[in-house]
Ligand binder design. Sequence first.
Ligand SMILES: [Zn+2]
Length: 467
Amino acid sequence: MNVRKVFKIIGKILFFIIIIAILVIAYLIYSKYNFNEYVKAEYNRGLSEFERDSKVKYSETNSYKIHSEQYNDAMFYKEIPVSPNTAYRVTCMVKTENVENEEDNADSGAHICLNKTMEKSVDVTGTTDWTKLEFVFNSKDKTKVEVGFRLGGYAGNSKGTAWFSDFKIESGSADTSNTWNFLCLLFDNVNVNIPYDNGERNVKLHLSQEDKEDMKTCIERFKTSLSELSKGKINAKYEVKEITEEITTMSHDKDNGYYVSPTDVKETLDKYIDAGKYDHIFIAFRTGDINTQNEIPVNDWIGLGGMQYRGIGFSNIRLPNESNNYIYKYDTRINTFPEEVYIHEFLHTLERNSEEYGYEVPELHSYSYYGYQDQKLVGLKDWYKDYLNCEIRSSSGNIGLNEEIFTKKPAKASDFNLSIELNDLKEPANIFEEIGILFKKLIKMFSNESSPNIENQNELVESEIGA
Ligand SMILES: [Zn+2]
């Protein structure tokens, strides 16, 4: 063998070693940034890092890491097919390091969500070891949803690091009875600081024994009225709980003034929602007291509805500032429909659900357009009755709530007693599946535009009833 030949062989070997090294490096880089079929999205583009982590991981598979050095809303999501009106549960493991929200008390942090909706799981913030996150939702009228794993949220930005792993989706069977389980929380104490002049003012308010008795009477009457007015199409069960923990923050907007958003009382709500049995939540509290001259400014609302928390309808019931007000008191000469605010606010939830399920529904506040009036003693009782029974006369026939909406309730833990695991969030099982996904992504890349931005979600949908 001559020297030239030896060099040639060595050259060939070196060439192969270099090629293999390049392939190995390319694979390592690829696997560090490969999010399989998930789409990465940010509100402020380029501010967050998305990586697969081989060191901090929960199981065999490398975890999915989002790191935001500055405040941002970042997530990775995947579109999955769903059957309409079906309960789904998504779970994953999550670990966080120094996760902080830009605004105090925001419904943000590391969580699972449905992209382009306000539906989400609870948040994980701070520094935590691996914990299980669970998120249930009803697909409503949709045939596909985008399930997202997120650091931030529609309600505010977050920073820090979150690792996600072990994604799983199951379908359950929704409870389709027409009996709704209501939770009524009586918040005994309000203790909030509100801006005043250039500083702050502390306002403390309490429910009296009389207030609490009025609320208990109203919710009992609400239960009876709901069945009667709807001619048995929808029924109510309820539990009243007295809450001694204070309401310490309130939300504010231009239309309503101050009000209690779900996030203001989320610690209390989470405790009850975790039990997985409620379909709607009322909270009752005071915003003023004429005796102590204490008052939090509200824009003339007595009830506030149309809000939701973890997919469950949420309404504010405000006690009036004076105790001689008859809005929640039954009196044959003054008010024979004291449960009206409860009926009204719950109807806002059915109104909202109808829109989300794709049913036509007249606006709850459009009563005068259809010739109804706020009457002495009974308020808008006739309107609610016709609204519930789809008996409002209009030029295009009778309108109102579609009867089917009474059986469409929020997804909850009991829907998953016999759940079926779906494959949609499974990790690729082998290299061939991974290559398959890579090809799919390449095809998408050539046929599609660039990575999407998270659109900022609107604030809560609210509406009010006149006092
Ligand atoms: Zn209203």
